[in-house]
Ligand binder design. Structure first.
Ligand SMILES: Nc1ncnc2c1ncn2[C@@H]1O[C@H](COP(=O)(O)OP(=O)(O)OP(=O)(O)O)[C@@H](O)[C@H]1O
Ligand SMILES: [Mg+2]
Ligand SMILES: [Zn+2]
Length: 437
């Protein structure tokens, strides 16, 4: 028997099965329960979060012969037909490629037929934003006075591409990305049901990597279940997802905080051997951002997706400081930017750039030290920050009179009375700052 994709097998069948779309599900459910239904609907939001699924549940509920407190029963002929994709009255089409929708006249004709078996004949127009101008015009006319017993549900990931005239004739339902925690819950449910074994952080890895798309999360679970023989370990899952092993990230940061050049160099070699070193450097940067925000008591560590325990470890390290974090972030950004400019030196340059993580942040005081600002030559054109500077508030504020200032401008609102790290100064200027003592 061929394998039924899990995303299909676990497609929600009633409103209460929908995950992470509480407002939409509750409204649709109440509309059915109270008999205050709408026949022009638009579902919009990011991909894979339940738009088409909700449209189908709604159509099922409209047609169900034995509603259960506003939920489709799932057992009557209407429910079964729709669940099995067997109803000729439910027309689900991809608006981008379907001739019926791209040909405006065909659409008008299709909308004239009465339903055959069901109470309502429903058009679910997926990718509605891709409709032609002529089809939108025709649809607009139809929606102005939707024929009795006809239901239109437009689904789109791009609401801005739908004419306002159409939107204003529809009841609009905004869908949200499904949160990491809610995605994990669903994945757990599926694993338990399928008899997969799993380490919870492995499911978290999948949920984080799919950016709020439940479909992608379930599809990845499906695909990885083959590779991992239905046993989701963290490392196996990370490998399967192409996510760098957590150990690499941890080693780079720990060795740089320890100021241990020998081991640091080893961790750089691990980065080098990874298929996409940039991915790791980006992850390292993300980890440092978290550490900085936790260190500043802005972010509650429990809100961190994956590297939670390690972020807390970094923050507690005796050499950790916010200046260290800012320094590291700017070094990591430079390393990533340089890496993107492919050259035979790319890997050497990456390691050399990353080695700057071993260096302490340099603090510039407003007086007594010399700061030279140089525009970041690698960025194209002038940085917008620089063009918005206030000429009265100059870089001279940061340096003493006898020192050289290459660029005589600084952004507004800079508090020149407090010492500032070179990296902060540089990021304010969108360039780099060289300090000579
Ligand atoms: N909110 C959700 N709750 C539970 N499962 C969901 C949810 N959203 C999506 N899924 C899963 O993903 C699959 C695809 O969902 P669906 O086709 O409804 O997404 P969509 O929002 O229409 O995506 P697209 O924008 O790509 O058309 C479903 O069959 C289901 O398994
Ligand atoms: Mg869809
Ligand atoms: Zn039913």
């Amino acid at each position: 028997m061929s394998h039924q994709p899990l995303a299909l097998k676990y497609r929600p069948k009633k409103f209460s099965d929908l995950v992470g779309q509480e407002a939409v599900a509750a409204t649709m459910h109440l509309m059915i329960k109270n008999g205050k239904t709408s026949r022009n609907i638009i579902c919009y939001g990011p991909p894979g979060c339940g738009k088409t699924t909700s449209a189908r549940i709604y159509v099922k509920a409209l047609n169900c012969l034995d509603l259960q407190d506003g939920e489709p029963c799932g057992k009557c002929t209407a429910c079964i037909e729709i669940d099995n994709d067997a109803s000729i009255d439910v027309i689900e089409v991809d608006a981008a490629s379907n001739a019926m929708v791209s040909d405006a006249r065909a659409l008008r004709e299709a909308a004239m037929y009465k339903s055959t078996n069901l109470r309502y004949r429903a058009f679910i127009l997926d990718e509605a934003h891709a409709m032609s101008k002529a089809s939108f015009d025709t649809l607009l006319k139809i929606l102005e006075e939707t024929p009795p017993n006809i239901v239109f549900i437009l689904c789109t990931t791009l609401i801005t591409a739908i004419p306002d005239t159409i939107i204003s004739r529809c009841m609009a339902f905004p869908f949200r990305r499904v949160s990491v925690d809610q995605t994990i819950e669903r994945l757990k449910f599926i694993c338990d049901n399928e008899g997969f074994s799993y380490e919870l952080p492995a499911l978290r890895e999948i949920a984080v990597s799919t950016n709020g798309s439940m479909r992608d999360a379930i599809s990845r679970l499906d695909q990885l279940s083959i590779l991992l023989s239905e046993n989701f370990t963290v490392e196996g899952t990370r490998q399967g997802l192409g996510v760098p092993s957590f150990t690499i990230i941890k080693n780079v940061l720990k060795n740089s905080l320890d100021k241990d050049p020998t081991n640091f160099w080893r961790s750089l070699e691990d980065i080098e051997s990874f298929p996409d070193p940039l991915e790791i450097v980006a992850r390292i940067e993300k980890t440092v951002h978290y550490a900085k925000l936790v260190g500043m008591s802005i972010l509650d560590p429990s809100k961190i997706e994956i590297e939670r325990s390690f972020v807390e470890e970094i923050v507690k390290h005796p050499n950790f400081s916010i200046d260290w974090a800012n320094n590291a972030i700017s070094k990591l950004i430079i390393a990533q930017n340089n890496f993107r400019q492919r050259s035979p030196l790319t890997l050497l340059r990456l390691k050399s750039d990353l080695s700057n993580l071993l260096r302490d942040p340099v603090l510039v005081k407003t007086t007594g030290e010399k700061a030279i600002y140089t525009e970041n030559k690698t960025s194209q054109g002038r940085n917008p920050l620089i063009s918005s500077v206030n000429s009265e508030n100059t870089l001279s504020n940061f340096v003493t009179a006898n020192e050289t200032v290459v660029s005589d401008a600084s952004p507004k609102g800079v508090d020149t009375s407090v010492p500032m790290s070179v990296e902060n100064l540089a990021s304010l200027f969108g360039g780099s700052v060289i300090v000579k003592r």
